[in-house]
Design a protein. Structure first.
Length: 131
């Protein structure tokens, strides 16, 4: 049986890789802070969706949008405001908050997160096959 720590590490790495890859596809580059943030978000969402497998798509959307947007805001304040690394700036985006998060991306995170919520059973099945 695969340990909980191993499962968490693999899910974190997968989420971080995917988040970073999305950013590279979207804007041509990423930053390690986004890989870490993405891994953490994916880990949180997988655990939530595993514990509440009957959540409807709408609930998965809102939960995903909230978790990822809050995580992105915290990362943004740390990386962009405190450390002044200037990794991203949403100041010119519609309905942004402090230039760190904005409504269009919150909606996108909701869609992506809700979709990935349906991967949770698939991930669990593969872990259960590993002895």
């Amino acid at each position: 049986m695969v340990t909980k720590v191993f499962r968490s590490v693999v899910v974190f790495l997968f989420g971080g890789f995917f988040y970073g890859l999305l950013e590279v596809i979207w804007r041509g580059y990423t930053h390690i802070s986004m890989v870490i943030t993405g891994g953490g978000c994916f880990l949180i969402l997988v655990k939530l969706f595993r514990n509440f497998p009957k959540l409807c798509l709408v609930n998965r959307f809102f939960i995903s949008a909230a978790v990822i947007t809050v995580a992105e805001f915290i990362a943004g304040v740390l990386v962009n405001k405190i450390l002044k690394l200037g990794v991203w700036d949403y100041s010119k985006c519609f309905m942004n908050f402090m230039g760190q998060v904005c409504l269009p991306f919150a909606l996108l995170w909701g869609i992506l997160g809700a979709g990935f919520g349906y991967l949770t059973p698939f991930i669990e099945r593969h872990f259960d096959r590993i002895k």
